[in-house]
Design a protein around this ligand. Structure first.
Ligand SMILES: [Zn+2]
Ligand SMILES: [Zn+2]
Ligand SMILES: [Zn+2]
Ligand SMILES: [Zn+2]
Length: 353
C-alpha cells in the first residue's frame, strides 16, 4: 500500500487509502480511478467533482455507497457511473448487503468494504483479473455480506430468514458473515478455532484463493495442482470435511502446511497458501513504498520469502514492544516454499496488467 498527497494544502500532508477527508485542510478526499490516487476533490457545483491531482483533473462522481451510506471512499467517471448503476469498481461486486435498519450493521459493513478495497488493491498489484457481474465473464466475482438470523448470545438480532450464515466461496460467490467484522466476536472465534491470524482481510484473502482456483486451475491445470497440493477429487470435499472435524488436523501439519486448516482438503491447502502469498505481496509492496530496505529482488519467490521474513521479524519485534500479536507465526519449510512457488508462477502467468 502507498500513501498519497493532498493537493489542496501542503504537499507534505499524507493521505491514507481509507481517508474521506484531509485532516489538515478538511477537504473531502477519495479514490480517483483515473490516476489511481486518493486525492482532494473539488466540487463542480453540479453534484460532481474534479480530481484534485493537477496532472489528472478527471471529472468524477461519488460511488452510491460513498454518497449515501458512507461505507466507501471511491469515485468513478460519469460514464462508468451510468454503466455500473452508480457503484464503484469495488462496490459493483456486491449482490447482498446487510440489513441497515439493524443497529451496528452499517459500521460492520464499512469494515468489510474497507477490507475488500484493500484486497482489490493487492489483486491489482498481482495483476489478476476480478471481473464484476456487469463485465462479460464466465466467472464473475460477487460478494454477499450477511448476518446470522439467529440470535447469538444476545449479541445478534434476527434478520428474518432464520438461517445461519457460513463464510465461504461457491462458483465465484463469496459470502462473509457480518459478525467477522465485530472485533469482540472475531477475537472469540480466533481463540475458539486456534487461528492466530483470523482477521477480516485474512477471510477475504482465503476466500479469493478458492475463486482463483476455480478461475485459473479448474479444468485447466488440475494435474499440476494435484502434484503440489494432492488429489482434490479423492477424498471428496464433503468426506474430508467430516474427517477433519472428527479427527482434527494431520499430526505435525506445520512441516508441510501453512495452517492446521490447510490439511483439511487440497482446496483448503491452496486457499491458505494463496492467502499467505497475498500477505507476502502486500507486505513487500507496503515495505517498498514506505522505504523499508529489504535487499535486492529478482522477481523470484525465494527472495520474496527472505524479504517477507526479514520485514516480518522487524514488525514482530515492534509489535511486541507495543504488546500486540506477532504478524508472522508461519515457518516456511521447503514444502511450503514449493507450494508458494506454484502460486507465484500461476499468478505471474495469469497477469492481465
Ligand atoms: Zn489537505
Ligand atoms: Zn485523478
Ligand atoms: Zn464504492
Ligand atoms: Zn476455504
Amino acid at each position: 500500500m502507498r500513501t498519497f498527497k493532498c493537493h489542496h494544502c501542503q504537499p507534505s500532508t499524507r493521505l491514507f487509502y481509507d481517508n474521506t477527508q484531509c485532516m489538515t485542510c478538511l477537504s473531502e478526499v477519495g479514490w480517483c480511478p483515473v490516476c489511481q490516487n486518493v486525492t482532494a476533490l473539488t466540487p463542480d457545483n453540479e453534484g460532481g467533482y474534479r480530481c484534485g491531482n493537477p496532472a489528472c483533473q478527471a471529472a468524477l462522481v461519488k460511488c452510491f455507497n460513498n454518497s449515501h451510506h458512507g461505507v466507501c471512499n471511491r469515485l468513478q467517471t460519469p460514464g462508468d457511473h451510468v454503466r455500473y448503476g452508480g457503484l464503484c469498481d469495488c462496490c459493483r461486486h456486491n449482490t447482498v448487503i446487510p440489513d441497515l435498519s439493524i443497529e451496528g450493521h452499517r459500521e460492520r459493513w464499512a469494515a468489510l468494504e474497507a477490507a475488500k478495497r484493500r484486497l482489490f488493491y493487492t489483486l491489482d498489484v498481482m495483476g489478476l483479473p476480478h471481473p464484476a457481474p456487469q463485465d462479460e465473464s464466465p466467472l464473475p466475482l460477487t460478494f454477499a455480506f450477511m448476518a446470522d438470523a439467529l440470535p447469538d448470545k444476545g449479541l445478534w438480532r434476527a434478520a428474518g430468514s432464520g438461517e445461519k450464515v457460513y463464510t465461504g466461496h461457491a462458483s465465484g460467490h463469496i459470502t462473509i458473515n457480518l459478525k467477522e467484522a465485530d472485533d469482540v466476536e472475531r477475537e472469540r472465534l480466533r481463540i475458539d478455532f486456534n487461528e492466530p491470524q483470523r482477521t477480516l482481510i485474512g477471510h477475504f484473502r482465503h476466500e479469493i484463493g478458492h475463486y482463483y482456483w476455480d478461475l485459473l486451475v479448474k479444468g485447466q491445470e488440475e494435474e499440476a495442482s494435484r502434484q503440489v497440493f494432492g488429489n482434490h477429487d479423492e477424498p471428496t470435499y464433503a468426506e474430508a470435511l467430516e474427517r477433519y472435524y472428527e479427527s482434527g488436523p494431520t499430526p505435525n501439519w506445520w512441516n508441510d502446511h501453512v495452517s492446521a486448516y490447510a490439511t483439511m482438503h487440497p482446496w483448503e491447502d491452496f486457499a491458505e497458501t494463496f492467502s499467505l502469498y497475498e500477505d507476502i505481496v502486500s507486505v513487500l509492496d507496503t515495505a517498498t513504498n514506505m522505504g523499508v530496505a529489504m535487499g535486492e529482488q529478482d522477481g523470484g519467490i525465494d527472495k520474496m520469502i527472505v524479504a517477507f521474513q526479514e520485514v516480518g521479524v522487524a514488525i514482530n519485534e515492534l509489535n511486541r514492544e507495543m504488546g500486540l500479536v506477532d504478524i508472522l507465526p508461519v515457518v516456511i519449510t521447503p514444502t511450503i516454499r514449493d507450494k508458494l512457488a506454484y502460486v507465484h508462477d500461476l499468478v505471474e502467468r495469469s497477469r492481465v496488467n
